[in-house]
Design a protein around this ligand. Structure first.
Ligand code: NDP
Length: 315
């Protein structure tokens, strides 16, 4: 049978390119889990993805109710779940003030980390039940996890500190909107959320890999300088960032190429190792990358997991 894969944020950028790459093989049915139904339908159509290879289902990660509703709808569809890809993200590098999810949580960490944390916890049972030979849960990471690169060291650097802000719910009322308890910084909030993504993947691996056989993985797909992720950046940045990445850092990848990379992590037979953070070298060959000290800290991973459970209402 065809595999069923859920991809969050499949309406643009990496998610859309991955949907296209998987649909083209004819071996996958992609559930495009998106907050904007019409945008997703239009995107699928203009990417030339054929109708029988995808279904759009509504999911707004910035609302726990919406996440729960999505899971209920998916269960009702009767489809098995073979692979889940947590891909959607928001990035607010120029925001002066924080914005909030429906549950009153700072938006970047609320969407990128907590929405995905609840989603993947609620869908784990469905993955356990699937009889697919290679089941995978993939959480898209970022370069901010590698301190062995220049881009991984650009300030403001990610830092979760003692997580007092996260423990307080990131609500800006009786707690800070930043995980480490500091002053709001949109670029840092995004990087912190990506560290949480990578720590969560590893904690899943430690807790569930042996028992379930599910492969847990993260990746840095390369710098896809043209996606909507940079939509809130200043115009000059958006103009210069793609050529800068192409010619100076040489970390640039096209959306097509990044989609092929993530599609490999979904379905390639050689990428079944669990607990791995994948990256690609200049010849587009995959390798197991090293994570930064913070992004591989076992006790921080457990703490992120335990606090997140409380916030999303699972503990
Ligand atoms: P895009 O902005 O193009 O895609 C992000 C997707 O997330 C969009 O489909 C967007 O939906 C969706 N999304 C945002 N908020 C929500 C929400 N509340 N509920 C549901 N979906 C939501 O960015 P990219 O494709 O670049 O980013 C994809 C992933 O790749 C992210 O995890 C990012 O961190 C990662 N990444 C990107 C890099 C890059 O250079 N671009 C580098 C490293 C990692 P909508 O279309 O409705 O806006």
């Amino acid at each position: 049978r065809k595999g069923t894969v859920i991809i969050t944020g499949a309406s643009s950028g990496l998610g859309l390119a991955t949907t296209k790459a998987l649909a083209e093989t004819g071996k996958w049915h992609v559930i495009m889990a998106c907050r904007d139904f019409l945008k997703a339908e239009r995107a699928a159509k203009s990417a030339g993805i054929s109708k029988e290879n995808y279904t759009v289902m509504h999911l707004d990660l910035a609302s726990f109710d919406s996440v729960r509703q999505f899971v209920a709808n998916f269960k009702q569809s009767g489809r098995p779940l073979d692979v889940l890809v947590c891909n959607a993200a928001v990035y607010q590098p120029t925001a002066r003030e924080p914005t909030f999810t429906a549950d009153g949580i700072e938006l970047s960490v609320g969407t990128n980390h907590l929405g995905h944390f609840l989603l993947s916890r609620l869908l784990l049972d469905d993955m356990k039940k699937s009889d697919y030979p290679s089941k995978r849960l993939i959480i898209v990471g970022s370069i901010t996890g590698n301190t062995n690169t220049l881009a991984g060291n650009v300030p403001p650097k990610a830092n979760l500190g003692d997580m007092r802000g996260l423990a307080g719910g990131l609500n800006g009322l009786n707690s800070s909107t930043m995980i480490d308890g500091g002053k709001f910084d949109g670029a840092k909030a995004y990087k912190d959320s990506k560290i949480c993504n990578m720590l969560t993947m590893q904690e899943f691996h430690r807790r569930y890999h042996e028992e379930t056989g599910i492969t847990f993985a993260s990746l840095y797909p390369g710098c896809i300088a043209t996606t909507g992720l940079f939509r809130e950046h200043i115009p000059l940045f958006r103009l210069l960032f793609p050529p800068f990445q192409k010619f100076i850092t040489k970390g640039y990848v096209s959306e097509d190429e990044s989609g092929k990379r993530l599609a490999q992590v979904v379905s390639d037979r050689s990428l079944t190792k669990s607990g791995v953070y994948w990256s690609w070298n200049k010849d587009s060959a995959s390798f197991e990358n090293q994570l930064s000290e913070e992004a591989s800290d076992v006790s921080k991973a457990r703490k992120v997991w335990e606090i997140s459970e409380k916030i999303v209402g699972l503990a």
